[in-house]
Design a protein around this ligand. Structure first.
Ligand SMILES: [Mg+2]
Length: 175
């Protein structure tokens, strides 16, 4: 089998909360790490929605931990994570996998027991794949993104187009 490209996710989903705990349990996944901006909330939203809180609780009830893994600053990430009642790591420098691997080690998590969910191939998927996690690409919550992230965005749209147009990753419901 040809080696999977680093920016190709293992599965596609509309949004994080679409994927039920049963999907993860069936794959032996006991921790879900998620990007924050444009994955769990739009760039301007400081706090999680009730729907997201309910979803994270539903995972917890099935023994699946949820973590936020973001490139954003500590202030933004920590406040959001606290409101959601989960732990987080920030300034991850995705697409590098270095700090992600370090976080897993600190938490005693094995890569094969973890999933990484995010809205960008160029950062989230690449970083998650690099660390050996099951990666899921979700739709952007909003078309709006801050100027500083626009360069990443160009690469990301390029990768996303390839993944979608060539059918390189299956929808999670078809797995
Ligand atoms: Mg994002």
């Amino acid at each position: 089998m040809k080696k999977k490209k680093k920016y190709v996710p293992d599965a596609l989903a509309g949004k994080v909360a679409d994927i039920p705990a049963s999907f993860y349990k069936a794959r032996g996944i006991r921790a879900v790490l998620s990007d924050l901006d444009n994955t769990l909330a739009t760039y301007g939203e400081p706090f999680p929605s009730q729907g997201l809180k309910d979803y994270v609780r539903s995972l917890g009830e099935e023994g699946i931990a949820f973590y936020i893994a973001s490139n954003n600053t500590g202030k933004r990430v920590t406040a959001f994570a606290e409101a959601l009642g989960v732990e987080s790591c920030h300034a991850l420098f995705k697409p590098s996998s270095f700090f992600l691997k370090r976080f897993l080690k600190k938490k005693g998590l094995k890569p094969e027991e973890c999933a990484f969910v995010g809205d960008q191939c160029a950062t989230d998927v690449k970083s998650g794949n690099g660390a050996g996690l099951f990666t899921i690409l979700v739709d952007h919550l909003s078309a709006h993104r801050p100027l500083l992230t626009k360069i990443n965005g160009i690469m990301d749209e390029h990768y996303r187009k390839i993944v979608l147009s060539k059918g390189l990753a299956p929808d999670w419901r078809n797995l």
